[in-house]
Design a binder for this molecule. Structure first.
Ligand SMILES: Cc1ncc(COP(=O)(O)O)c(C=O)c1O
Length: 408
């Protein structure tokens, strides 16, 4: 059967589910807030209610909702006492915000490699990167899969470091039964449009530490203090507050979460089964410590040797043409991003000379993931039917059978 990329009929013509999923609840909640006239969080109660629900669901003492996951990371770092010049260890394979939040907080991101079988930060690489200036580790629960919190906590305890979890992609993930985001000193989530629960833009910081919570509230609210005057500013901060409109949507999305998470998890398991049978397609390995996967992304490693040597980009193009939306994921290791390579951290790209040379960084697993191996399906695909998952496997098998036609 000729491949669609070569002019043949595509295996699939139907669309996958659209995202976001919403209904009357979102409309009712939004209407309630609009009619109340209390659109900002200082006036209403929606944000406070959402913070409490979200924190309770994670067994965290405090939740501070903000206007994005990026600001959540920045504020969490400041609230945890990370200071100018401190080093914060982050994975090289993640969204830019994990590292740019460190720069925004005045600190220095230090990139380390990921593990090839999990795509999460490699604890051994973390241990090797520690210097007298290291103050924090920022693991990312990448794709919704919990990072190895035991190993990271051990390192953190030994060297007296703070862990700030980047749980932007991981609502619903747990490590040995503990919800991620409430394990380290603080955990940060994103509610940006692509996330499993979204309100367009938004984020939250969770923490069990009363001091971190106090400073996070202050830094995100112009440096105010709860018992100070309105125009009295004690600390450095900005306006990173969430709105009541965002929180109204989040409250409805919160109630929808369990049902959608179950569908994603079932399809995730099915897809692992279906794809594991195909040579050269390696879904990331399961781990009994991952007691719940948030299923934000489905990741597999592509081995071109089993596809007549066709490079990753060609395979993705072929799969898309067969009707399967497919993402190459992060295309450049973070240390190779122009902003880090050139240290263009100032206004209009002005160079700010942090005491680190990113041009010397090399993380082999990250490079392989970016350039050769990592392929993603996004969470809304996992909201499809069993037949949809079968179509994905069938399309890949079709490409494999005809892979010789992908190379010159
Ligand atoms: C790993 C990771 N960290 C941080 C963020 C930043 O979140 P936001 O887009 O809400 O600022 C994202 C989301 O895009 C992310 O995927």
């Amino acid at each position: 059967m000729s491949l669609a990329i070569n002019g043949g009929a595509p295996l699939r013509n139907k669309p996958f589910p659209v995202w976001p999923v919403w209904g009357d609840e979102e409309i009712e909640n939004l209407t309630r807030v609009i009619k109340s006239g209390k659109w900002g969080r200082l006036a209403g109660k929606e944000s406070e209610t959402f913070e409490k629900k979200f924190a309770d669901a994670h067994e965290a003492r405090h939740g501070i909702a903000l206007n994005s996951g990026t600001t959540a990371l920045r504020v969490a770092l400041m609230a945890a006492g990370i200071d100018a010049g401190d080093e914060v260890i982050v994975p090289a394979y993640t969204f830019i915000a994990t590292a740019s939040a460190v720069v925004e907080a005045g600190a220095v991101p230090i990139f380390v490699d990921i593990e090839p079988h999990t795509y999460n930060i490699d604890p051994e690489a973390v241990a090797k990167a520690i210097t007298p200036r290291t103050r924090a580790i920022m693991p990312v629960h990448f794709a919704g899969r919990a990072a190895d919190m035991d190993a990271l906590q051990k390192i953190a305890q030994k060297h007296n470091l703070v862990i700030i979890e980047d749980a932007a992609q991981a609502w619903g993930a747990s490590w040995k039964g503990r919800m991620v985001g409430a394990i380290g000193a603080a955990g940060c989530f994103s509610f940006q449009s692509s996330k499993n629960v979204n309100c367009g833009e938004g984020g939250i910081i969770l923490t069990n530490d009363d001091v971190v919570a106090k400073f996070a509230r202050s830094h995100h609210n112009c440096g105010r203090s709860e018992d100070g005057l309105w125009y009295e500013h004690f600390y450095f901060g900005g306006n990173y507050r969430i709105t009541e409109l965002q929180s109204a949507v989040l409250l409805a999305q919160f109630d929808r979460y369990e049902e959608l998470h179950k569908i994603r998890q079932e399809n995730y398991a099915l897809l692992v089964d279906l794809l594991s049978d195909i040579d050269g397609i390696e879904p990331l390995v399961p781990d009994e410590n991952i007691t719940s996967h948030a299923c934000h992304l489905f990741i597999f490693r592509y081995e071109k040797e089993h596809f007549s040597g066709a490079p990753k980009a060609k395979f993705i193009d072929a799969l898309r043409k067969e009707g399967i939306p497919t993402s190459p994921g992060y295309s450049i290791p973070l240390y190779k991003q122009p902003v880090f390579l050139n240290k263009s951290f100032g206004p209009r790209g002005k160079i700010v000379d942090l005491p680190v040379d990113y041009s010397k960084d090399f993380c082999p697993e990250t490079e392989k993931a970016c350039y050769e191996e990592a392929i993603w399906f996004t969470q809304s695909i996992l909201l499809g039917s069993e037949e949809d998952m079968q179509d994905i496997a069938d399309a890949i098998e079709k490409i494999q059978a005809e892979s010789g036609s992908l190379v010159p």
